[in-house]
Design a protein around this ligand. Structure first.
Ligand SMILES: NC(=O)C1=CN([C@@H]2O[C@H](COP(=O)(O)OP(=O)(O)OC[C@H]3O[C@@H](n4cnc5c(N)ncnc54)[C@H](OP(=O)(O)O)[C@@H]3O)[C@@H](O)[C@H]2O)C=CC1
Ligand SMILES: O=C(O)[C@@H]1CCC=N1
Length: 268
């Protein structure tokens, strides 16, 4: 649902790494009309300046929130209470609170906000309208609104239950960093085989880009692997070595399990 001229503002609270990425994605895709955007941020950022230039309101008087349809909470989990409390008096009762925070439970937010809450877990590639975003809410309207804010900038994955949001956070929200770490390890291994550092990093980065292009075709992951791994060839030899002893699977499980465990600590 793009180019919404609803005249009911969308409020973005927090414009750091993820908030700026969401804002850039919205502006690029006209998901929210800039005139309908209100951004609450302690400090100006390049993305807030770009939004201001297109008509968004940055830190206006809080009574401007009186007709808001959504409040997107993009602050650190430790900051959300102090960020949301000043907005509650002016916000209308039917506003949906859309949290993109890792770990923080919808019931905790609803307990303070006393409004419908949706949870969304995006990746920062929403800035390029190429993210992925898990969405959950027990309120169908809030879920629909959350979907409408992310579907132009991300592949939206509806979750059946909030209990799997931490797993989604680990498998997508955090996972680009896990993939970068693996690509960095590949570059180091190439360097150890005689490439210069610069060449190894360019080649590994190019491999990541190539893998991303394949993933974007939507072909199944097994098929993408098979397209590259000629029988008896170099790739098959590398895959066999990676799979021997289950080290890659163990590393992925260690990363996902630790991220899930951290999310439940944040929620506590
Ligand atoms: N980064 C990522 O890839 C992802 C992050 N998330 C989630 O997004 C949330 C934000 O993370 P991230 O963007 O990385 O963190 P950042 O620290 O980059 O951004 C948080 C922003 O919140 C702002 N802020 C602090 N207090 C307030 C307040 N009272 N009102 C308004 N804004 C405030 C800060 O402003 P200032 O800069 O002026 O201090 C800062 O820019 C987290 O909850 C995280 O779990 C989810 C998925 C992916
Ligand atoms: O590291 C974090 O806590 C956040 C949540 C997912 C990605 N970044």
């Amino acid at each position: 649902m793009t180019n919404q001229k609803s005249n009911r503002p969308v409020v973005l609270v927090g414009c750091g790494r993820l908030g700026s990425a969401i804002l850039e994605g919205w502006l690029a895709t006209s998901t929210v009309d800039p005139g309908d955007l209100i951004i609450l941020t302690p400090s100006d950022k390049p993305a807030t300046e770009a939004a201001r230039a297109r008509g968004a309101r940055i830190n206006p008087p809080l009574d401007s929130l009186a007709n808001a349809r959504a409040l997107v909470l993009a602050v650190k989990p430790a900051k959300w209470r102090e960020a949301i409390v000043p907005t509650l008096d002016p916000l209308p009762q039917d506003v949906a609170v859309v949290s993109v925070m890792a770990g923080v439970k919808a019931a905790d937010i609803a307990g303070i906000a006393n409004r419908p809450v949706a949870r969304v877990m995006p990746t920062t590639a929403v800035a390029q309208a190429r993210g992925v975003a898990s969405v959950w809410s027990e309120d169908p309207e809030a879920r629909g609104l959350a979907r409408s804010l992310f579907e132009a900038i991300a592949d939206v994955v509806d979750l059946p239950d909030e209990s799997v949001m931490d797993a989604a956070t680990a498998t997508a929200g955090s996972a680009p960093a896990f993939v970068y770490a693996f690509v960095q390890a590949l570059a180091r291994a190439g360097e150890a085989q005689g490439l210069s550092r610069d060449a190894a990093e360019r080649l590994a980065r190019g491999a990541l880009r190539s893998a991303g292009a394949g993933a974007e075709t939507g072909a199944p992951l097994d098929e993408l692997v098979a397209r590259i791994a000629s029988p008896g060839g170099t790739t098959r030899a590398g895959l066999d070595a990676m799979e021997a002893g289950g080290d890659v699977q163990r590393a992925a499980e260690a990363a996902v399990n630790a991220a899930v465990a951290r999310a439940s600590e944040i929620s506590g």
